[in-house]
Design a protein around this ligand. Structure first.
Ligand code: PXL
Length: 275
């Protein structure tokens, strides 16, 4: 029996198939009790929509955590994604120290950038603060763009293993596991690097030319769900990669679906791989 309980902290984009509307169903499908702490509520995500609403929930978070502390509610892991403000990062650290079980895992997806650019609401002050959260994490899941921002490294679209090793070395403070996504050494393939206990492993798979918005959230959620279900880090990284590829393929059958990943109809494939 798996009685793990996780807390995931990220925004609710009401429409857009990302962040909590992705993490909650995917973690639940992996059999993990999932508590949520919304960092902000937006009418849609910020990638391609204009005029979205944004309600910052920073000021609600300490009171929510205080209630959990009073009830002695603890979590086996905390997985963070898109956060709503710089101030929130300190609050997240507090929540990690007060609500995690002794051996609880801090899993941080520094969801803030892709394709060489920061998402629209973020700036370098946010990057600097996010670096401090990554520093205390047990597992981080940056994509190549986020790894470059976190390490002040030039972003390249074409690179070799030396470039990737340099990013990993700069990111690996403490005994941290790094899951580096979107690592592509050839035009037709991409993959994920698992850097654990100083060991580099690479899972390569086919690259689908047109990516979809929100794949980073689908990836991090599926990875976390598989890991919490009991898979090894490498197995979880591979299961999540295979799932994302299938989700993108499914989404591409509907070329008019521009704003997100149709991950829902593919959930049975994830469940099969995890159980
Ligand atoms: O998928 C990451 C993400 C999450 N939440 C919001 C976003 C994005 C990416 O653009 O805008 C609000």
């Amino acid at each position: 029996m798996n009685d793990s309980r996780i807390l995931t902290i990220q925004d609710i984009s009401c429409v857009g198939q990302c962040s909590l509307t992705v993490a909650l169903p995917i973690l639940s499908a992996c059999g993990i009790e999932t508590a949520i702490l919304p960092s902000a509520v937006l009418s849609t995500h910020t990638g391609g929509f204009t005029g979205f609403t944004f309600r910052d929930l920073t000021d609600d978070m300490p009171a929510i955590a205080a209630h959990w502390n009073k009830e002695n509610i603890k979590f086996d892991a905390i997985y963070t994604g898109y956060l709503g403000s710089i101030k929130q990062i300190d609050i997240v650290k507090e929540i990690m120290s007060s609500t995690l079980e002794n051996d609880g895992k801090k899993i941080v997806d520094p969801a803030m950038a892709d394709n060489g650019n920061l998402y629209s609401i973020f700036n370098m002050d946010y990057v600097k603060e996010m670096k401090t959260l990554c520093d205390i994490a047990d597992i981080i899941l940056p994509n190549i763009t986020e790894a470059c921002f976190l390490t002040n490294t030039e972003f390249k679209t074409s690179y070799d293993k030396n470039y990737v090793m340099d990013l990993l070395n700069k990111l690996s403070t403490g005994n941290k596991t790094i899951i580096l996504t979107g690592v592509s050494y050839t035009p037709d393939t991409t993959g994920v690097v698992v850097y654990e206990n100083g060991t580099y492993s690479y899972y390569e798979h086919r690259k689908i030319s047109k990516g979809c918005h929100g794949t980073g959230d689908v990836y991090a959620s599926a990875f976390t769900g598989a890991l919490m279900h009991g898979k090894t880090t490498y197995e979880a990284a591979k299961i999540a990669a295979d799932y994302v590829v299938k989700c993108i393929e499914y989404t591409q059958q509907d070329p008019s679906h521009w704003y997100g990943v149709k991950f829902e109809p593919v959930l049975p494939e994830l469940i099969k791989a995890v159980y």
